[in-house]
Design a protein around this ligand. Structure first.
Ligand SMILES: [Zn+2]
Length: 140
């Protein structure tokens, strides 16, 4: 079922709403996942579908969390001609949330690179992260 803007405003923060539903962009280097190195699955903040794995995350230097590959068929891309630029927009295939853009040029390590707003993502940490923080019992 398609949600209305009113419905989305109830479940998203104003920043998430602006980015995901109004195709906004967070300031570079401002997002909470830009420097995140934790293992897990980045899910759509709107609908919870799996979008990117931390295993495909790399430091692109763009200021946004970047990935070289999306998860299966959960991500779609469309040509975006706003601001008189030709860019590839990345969206959640399930709920059409705006996620970010694909960059195919510039000094990034992997091309194409998916540069995604932190506000569009919700990291579900993998179990191994939690296991690491459990202190080991001393061995006698
Ligand atoms: Zn979604």
């Amino acid at each position: 079922m398609e949600k209305s803007d009113k419905d989305w405003k109830k479940i998203l923060t104003p920043e998430q709403f602006e980015i995901c539903r109004n195709k906004g962009t967070e300031h570079p280097f401002s997002g909470k996942y830009n420097y995140c190195k934790e293992k897990g699955i980045y899910k759509c903040v709107c609908c919870g579908v799996d979008l990117f794995s931390s295993d495909t995350k790399f430091d692109s230097g763009t200021g946004w969390p970047s990935f070289w590959e999306p998860i299966k068929n959960n991500v779609k891309s469309e040509t975006d001609t706003s601001y008189d630029m030709l860019r590839i927009e990345v969206m959640c295939k399930n709920c059409n949330a705006h996620l970010g853009h694909v960059f195919d040029d510039g000094p990034i390590t992997y091309k194409p690179g998916y540069c995604i707003n932190s506000a569009s993502l919700k990291l579900e940490k993998s179990l191994s992260c939690f296991l690491k923080v459990i202190p080991k019992l001393p061995e006698y």
